[in-house]
Design a protein around this ligand. Structure first.
Ligand SMILES: C[S@@+](CC[C@H](N)C(=O)[O-])C[C@H]1O[C@@H](n2cnc3c(N)ncnc32)[C@H](O)[C@@H]1O
Length: 266
């Protein structure tokens, strides 16, 4: 692993010295190594993931997720098949399931069994297990046929995926015609004053919080750095278009701290 300066990455894997390399936070790593490193992070944080989300965002992530899921519009009366990729401990899938009718079924897909185990346990407690399926798989290679789902969501997950273009192509493939792609992801804060506060909060307070609550600061440093490496909203929207989606657009929330991206398979 070698250190890389923050601004030189555009969200795509880079070719250099005969080996394709990418970023893991601010470090530069062989493309093939990134997923294993990401998996270690989520293995370490899984048992405290939900508590830390509340602490780090001051509860704001719940509001962002509510606004995000309000765009899904699952049918109240007809069958609706939803796929939540990088679904982790189930926050998005629980909201979609509750918003839809009895025939709304959700698949929570994640590469990390530890995150899924927490999700399964939570679903059981909430009495939602019969409408949810938990699948351990990679966003880059979805184990579903073409045209299977009415909607696809990915929340705070896409920046962790090594080959983002592959994940977007898979999202397009598994959606039905008329299906919607929605992505919730951290982004760059626009207002300079807010950006300064956000920067020092992210790099000083979050890793410290991680150390106090979980005993580990490193996974939280990666989470913060990976946000800085993710392409700006305009660039990511162009990647969504390149994957074939139409009527692509995005909405910034909380001064640009997070962005909701949307596209349709028409
Ligand atoms: C920050 S968590 C987001 C969890 C959940 N969506 C939420 O909003 O609370 C990121 C998730 O992405 C998952 N992930 C990372 N790489 C992945 C991949 N290639 N395919 C599927 N999931 C992946 C991680 O295991 C982790 O559960």
């Amino acid at each position: 692993m070698r250190e890389a300066s923050p601004p030189d990455f555009d969200g795509r894997a880079q070719q250099g010295g005969g080996e394709t390399r990418t970023h893991f936070g601010y470090s530069e790593v062989p493309l093939g190594d990134k997923q294993g490193l990401v998996d270690d992070v989520f293995h370490k944080v899984a048992h405290r993931y939900d508590v830390m989300n509340d602490l780090m965002s001051g509860g704001l992530h719940r509001l962002w997720k509510d606004v995000f899921v309000a765009k899904v519009h699952p049918s109240k009366s007809r069958p609706f098949k939803h796929l939540d990729v990088a679904g982790g401990t189930g926050d998005i899938a629980f909201r979609v399931t509750r918003a839809g009718g009895r025939q709304t079924k959700c698949v929570v897909l994640d590469i990390n069994p530890d995150m899924l185990a927490v999700g399964r346990e939570r679903a059981e407690k909430k009495g939602l297990s019969d409408r949810l399926t938990f699948v351990e798989a990679n966003a880059e290679d979805l184990p579903f046929p073409e045209g299977e789902f009415d909607a696809y969501t990915v929340a705070f997950g896409i920046r962790n995926v090594p080959r983002i273009e592959k994940a977007l192509a898979e999202a397009y493939r598994v959606l039905k015609r008329g299906g919607r792609f929605l992505c919730l992801e951290f982004s760059q804060v626009e207002a300079p004053f807010l950006a300064k506060i956000y920067e020092s909060y992210s790099f000083s307070v979050i890793p410290l919080m991680g150390r106090i609550v979980t005993g580990e600061a490193e996974p939280y440093r990666y989470l913060v750095e990976s946000i800085r490496q993710f392409p700006p909203a305009e660039e990511f929207a162009a990647m969504i278009e390149q994957a074939g989606f139409q009527r692509v657009g995005f909405t910034r929330l909380t001064g640009g701290v997070v962005v909701i991206h949307s596209g349709w398979k028409l």
